[in-house]
Design a protein around this ligand. Structure first.
Ligand SMILES: C[S@@+](CC[C@H](N)C(=O)[O-])C[C@H]1O[C@@H](n2cnc3c(N)ncnc32)[C@H](O)[C@@H]1O
Length: 289
């Protein structure tokens, strides 16, 4: 900066917001309605300043022509809402060990693979809860090869997940005996997850609305897709529903967050009511309905 001159403040106009919203929706499936304007503007300004661009227009041109996709990824990492914690909506994990797995193993022989996919993982609390539940509460764990896969579009949360260091808030809903068993305290406020649990989960970056990312997920027995569809509009929900349908084995189960539903989105799945939870299921036989 020379002679104390200040650069003009960066302004996001209504037209900029609409242009950005349409582009970001096409790339991620995430839709920002007008009520999110303040949240979006603040983050856009942060990115524009971080890249040294002097206005939205120049930054947006650079974003679209960035073949490596690094700026889009930085933006995604900033725009996602990553709220999660261990044992969140635990009735579905109860349902997994008490009911869903009993049906899954009916179709398998001892020693065969069971695949569980937690998408989105955020910082890893959900897939690690799956691992701890299986070890603690599923008597047949040693008889099958269980694979836990987990994915998110945000590369920053994936890094955090693989580090496995959590806050007091993150573990506050867990039974204290599990916290003692699976974590080492670090200082007053951090809990380091045991390496055996960290290595039980395979993380990868996936955009659930992008078939190039999801087509390698096949033969999945149970999908946890919780608290993601709330950020999508109906069209991206449908794309995600089809990707998960194709990923599941016949008879495979899908768990959504408590405020999410397939009813308006897709007739691909049927509803199963178990004592612990209501979940969705892919038909045992046949092609897409
Ligand atoms: C609120 S967290 C949910 C985490 C966890 N499933 C839970 O319920 O506690 C939502 C996550 O969805 C991820 N996400 C957003 N759009 C996505 C997409 N298109 N594909 C995959 N993950 C996405 C975000 O990065 C964020 O980490």
């Amino acid at each position: 900066m020379t002679s104390g001159a200040l650069s003009p403040p960066i302004v996001i106009t209504d037209a900029d917001f609409l242009k950005f919203r349409e582009y970001f929706y096409r790339k991620t499936g995430m839709h920002f309605d007008d009520s999110k304007r303040y949240f979006v503007d603040r983050r856009l300004i942060e990115r524009i300043q971080a890249t040294g661009a002097d206005n939205f227009r120049n930054w947006f041109i650079a974003l679209r022509f960035d073949a490596r996709g690094a700026e889009l990824q930085a933006l995604v990492n900033l725009m996602t809402v990553n709220e999660t914690y261990f044992f969140r909506e635990a009735y579905q994990f109860d349902c997994m060990v008490n009911s869903m797995l009993a049906e899954v193993v009916k179709r398998k022989s001892v020693g065969q693979r069971i695949r569980i996919w937690s998408v989105p993982s955020s910082t890893g609390e959900e897939p690690y809860t799956v691992a701890i539940y299986l070890l603690e509460r599923w008597a047949l764990i040693d008889r099958y090869e269980v694979e836990i896969l987990s994915s998110d579009i945000d590369t920053q949360v994936l890094e955090a997940a693989q580090e496995g260091v959590y806050s007091t808030r993150s573990v506050s809903q867990m039974p204290p005996e599990y916290v003692r068993k699976y974590f080492k305290p670090r200082g007053d406020r951090e809990f380091v997850l045991s390496p055996e649990i960290v290595s039980a989960v395979e993380f990868s970056r996936v955009n659930l609305c992008e078939s190039a990312d999801t087509r390698r997920f096949r033969d999945i027995d149970i999908i946890f897709c919780r608290n993601l569809l709330i950020y999508f509009d109906d069209l991206s929900r449908r794309v995600a529903a089809e990707a998960m349908y194709d990923a599941l084995s016949p008879g495979g189960f899908l768990c959504l967050g408590h405020s999410e539903s397939m009813s308006r989105i897709s007739s691909l799945f049927s509803v199963r009511r178990f004592p612990d939870a209501m979940v969705y299921q892919k038909a045992l036989k046949g092609d897409r309905p």
